[in-house]
Design a protein around this ligand. Structure first.
Ligand code: ADP
Ligand code: MG
Length: 449
């Protein structure tokens, strides 16, 4: 049943571009919650203040090429995709010292001895999306709040912030008549999020955006004095909304496209090493104090360790003294099995884990990690999907957007630029908005008595 508030939300969403393509390629509003996710000031503070530290950590790790190559090399044998990425990394010859990072740290809130605490699901270093649609979702909720239909929500403008990052990168590059290259998937369904970013860049920065797939970049791109030219213009920034899954490398041509980007002097968001700094394997290392000490100042380490969950290689020993896989077979509901993949839909949960472990060859075992399951606290929310609204028991995942600009010598920007909330039925394990699992949502702060 749809009520007046739902109708307003849907119509506001459609008018303001909070849109999605259906599998049949028709237009519809993006899945949206009309129940902002309530968190305490403390949770908000904890998640937000971690962002600059995580930016710094991932940036520093991305500069340690040797560590990233050593860490991932053992995976190449059992994982063709990792082998492709490693080959690209080993051959990367770009000498561009500057970086524009657009990260997103995803959290779920867990109850621990009566206290709610955020736990890090993962840090995304490639294609951390939804800045565009989240700015629109925030506008929908702000409007409903103004009319008294919703509580006041936490304001944000992640799209505008993202643009300021591109602006800083353009200034560092200082190219005459440049373009910004969006590296895209050929049949993108999350096109409106990307178009919102493209239109904001074009109208606010006056720089054209060129959208090309990796294979098209190989076919059309020309390297001249280190600069990559597409459609006659030098590329200042290559912004990846592709390249993170094996399906993005269907041909040698696509691999060559990524290699061309890694040979060019454009700023890549991300470059191949920053991409590798976001794998599940790298994330496992982020829970280890001795590892963190190499990349992060001491004051930032303790707060980070408080939000990380244990992650294991499949041949590790659990603190109880038994092999981790034996422990997981006894308590599969407390773990998630993850391959080195991005984009959602790749993990294995609960009772599906033991047979999945049995099915892994020795080679493939290396390319998986086991992560302690975050038992997210539940709340009720009203979700609107494809014009239908329903009250459901839900869990919410909050992503904090981090942005960092480094000119090769100094950090110019390092800050939190907003948030993504995805609210989904508590019975769903995965959280993708485009895959239809989750609804976009905003944050509201707990009222103090
Ligand atoms: P991807 O990089 O493919 O998005 P993630 O590791 O982020 O993979 O997992 C996808 C989704 O699975 C997350 O958005 C979250 O909903 C769920 N998930 C992942 N790890 C955990 C965990 N440790 N506990 C509970 N849910 C998890
Ligand atoms: Mg991810």
């Amino acid at each position: 049943m749809i009520n007046e508030k739902d109708t307003l939300a849907i119509e506001y969403a459609c008018i303001h571009g909070l849109l999605q393509l259906s599998p049949e390629a028709t237009l519809r509003h993006a899945p949206l919650s009309v129940s902002p996710y309530t968190i305490s000031q403390h949770l908000q503070h904890t998640m937000t203040t971690l962002t600059p530290a995580c930016n710094q950590l991932l940036h520093n790790l991305s500069r340690d090429h040797e560590c990233l190559l050593d860490m991932h090399t053992p995976l190449a044998d059992g994982d063709e995709f990792m082998a492709i990425l490693l080959d690209i990394a080993r051959n990367a010859s770009s000498t561009q010292p500057a970086s524009l990072h657009m990260f997103r740290n995803d959290f779920m809130v867990e109850e621990h001895e009566g206290v709610l605490w955020p736990k890090l699901v993962e840090c995304n270093t490639i294609s951390a999306s939804f800045h565009g649609l989240m700015q629109r979702a925030t506008q929908v909720h702000s409007h409903l709040a103004k009319l008294g239909h919703l509580p006041a929500i936490l304001p944000q403008e992640p799209l505008a912030e993202l643009c300021s990052g591109f602006q800083a990168a353009l200034a560092i590059m200082g190219l005459p008549d440049p373009c910004i290259l969006f590296v895209v998937q050929p049949h993108e369904r999350n096109i409106f999020d990307q178009r919102l970013i493209q239109f904001a860049i074009e109208s606010h920065l006056g720089v054209p955006v060129v959208r090309l797939s990796l294979a098209e970049i190989a076919r059309e791109g020309v390297l001249r004095n280190g600069h990559l030219f597409v459609q006659g213009k030098p590329v200042a920034v290559a912004y990846f909304r592709s390249g993170y899954t094996p399906e993005d490398y269907p041909s040698q041509m696509a691999i060559d496209g990524r290699k061309l980007l890694e040979a060019a002097d454009c700023i890549r968001t991300p470059d191949i090493f920053t991409h590798l700094a976001g794998t599940k394997l790298a994330q496992r290392a982020l829970g280890k104090p001795e590892f963190l000490r190499n990349y992060l100042d001491a004051t930032s380490i303790a707060p980070l360790l408080q939000v990380t969950k244990a992650m294991y290689h499949l041949d590790e020993i659990h603190p109880s003294g038994v092999p981790i896989t034996d422990h997981v077979r006894r308590f599969p509901q407390n773990y998630v099995l993850k391959p080195q993949r991005e984009g959602g839909g790749n993990n294995t949960y609960a009772d599906d884990i033991p047979p999945a472990l049995d099915a892994l060859s020795d080679k493939r075992r290396q390319a998986h990690v086991l992560m302690e399951k975050i038992h997210a606290h539940t709340h009720t929310a009203r979700l609107i999907v494809d014009g239908n609204a329903e009250d459901q028991l839900c869990i919410s995942e909050t992503g904090r957007y981090g942005m960092m600009v480094h000119d090769g010598t100094a950090t110019l920007i390092n800050r939190d630029i907003g948030y993504l909330v995805r609210t989904k039925a508590a019975s769903n394990n995965e959280g993708g908005v485009c895959s239809g699992y989750a609804c976009l949502n905003t944050l509201t702060l707990e009222a103090h008595p």
